[in-house]
Design a protein around this ligand. Structure first.
Ligand SMILES: NC(=O)c1ccc[n+]([C@@H]2O[C@H](COP(=O)([O-])OP(=O)(O)OC[C@H]3O[C@@H](n4cnc5c(N)ncnc54)[C@H](OP(=O)(O)O)[C@@H]3O)[C@@H](O)[C@H]2O)c1
Length: 265
């Protein structure tokens, strides 16, 4: 008999969103809260986290804001203890914390390269390492890494970002295979230009370097997409919901673009 179950049935799970204080992470946190999940949000800036936690509670969902720098293993372990103590075992982990500074390769300081890798790759690694055992023990889990189309293709002046996001994809794929028989799926979402502070700040720095206006740079970003527009963070959140749903149990090791058709691999 046909059952009219929603495709985005995620159940009342405990969700952790890194980088959940703003941008894509915030949109994802709110989308899961609207589904009735208990949502922990983390990042380094307490005020952003408290604000999102208030928004989550207004959706009648449980919220836990926890300040944590994902590049510090001990802080990620303390985060796990706090989330488990308040909300329970995290079964859905969304790694959205990231940074995308631009620099010409030869001008880039080693410090910048190291920082980008620490946040985008090592932060994702620490969170997977620390939260996976709980998912395996409970027999069900979802890891969704917010990568980028730049995990598959590259542009100039973003060598550290592109290399770190390519590495996130490698981690996603390898982990998906290791987890395949443990009830845990591991996928990546690859957005194009999304309407967030990250995109605005990149547009501002490009405008300073080129003498163009921020609006002109944003138009150039839009033109990279066949749809001629920026992606709304909610569109990324909707795909995260779908990947976390019970219906998506057979989807693992995938890297799905949300970019208006800009990249087709
Ligand atoms: N915007 C785009 O066009 C776009 C496109 C493709 C992929 N992405 C990816 O999507 C993810 C989210 O991007 P966004 O646009 O939402 O960026 P955003 O608005 O700049 O947000 C980045 C988030 O990451 C957090 N974060 C940065 N460093 C952190 C650290 N060391 N520890 C914990 N949290 C940290 C920030 O919080 P604090 O600063 O408070 O720590 C913030 O919440 C990133 O991984 C990004 O690479 C973005």
């Amino acid at each position: 008999m046909f059952e009219n179950a929603s495709m985005v049935e995620v159940g009342k799970r405990v969700v952790l969103v890194t980088g959940g204080g703003r941008g894509i992470g915030r949109a994802i946190a709110l989308a899961f809260a609207a589904q009735g999940c208990a949502v922990a949000v983390t990042g380094r800036t307490r005020s952003y986290l408290d604000h999102v936690a208030d928004e989550i509670r207004r959706l009648d969902a449980s919220a836990l804001p926890v300040a944590c720098d994902v590049t510090r293993r001990q802080e990620v372990e303390a985060l796990k203890a706090e989330v488990e103590g308040s909300l329970g075992t995290v079964q859905i982990l969304i790694n959205s914390a990231g940074m995308a500074p631009a620099a010409a390769f030869l001008d880039m300081e080693d410090r910048l390269w190291e920082e980008v890798f620490k946040v985008n790759l090592t932060g994702t690694y620490y969170c997977c390492k620390v939260f996976l055992p709980g998912m395996i023990a409970s027999g069900w889990g979802r890891i969704i890494n917010i990568a980028s189309t730049v995990a598959k293709v590259a542009y100039s002046h973003i060598s550290a970002y592109a290399a770190s996001k390519h590495a996130v994809l490698g981690l996603t794929r390898a982990l998906a295979i290791e987890m395949a028989r443990k009830g845990v799926t591991v996928n990546a979402i690859c957005p194009g230009y999304v309407e967030t502070e990250m995109t605005l700040s990149n547009a501002k720095s490009m405008a300073e370097k080129t003498g163009k206006s921020v609006e002109e740079i944003l138009e150039l970003f839009k033109k990279t997409s066949p749809q001629g527009r920026l992606i709304d963070p909610k569109e990324v959140a909707d795909l995260a919901l779908m990947l976390a749903s019970t219906a998506a149990g057979g989807i693992t090791g995938q890297a799905i673009n949300v970019d208006g058709g800009a990249v087709m691999i």
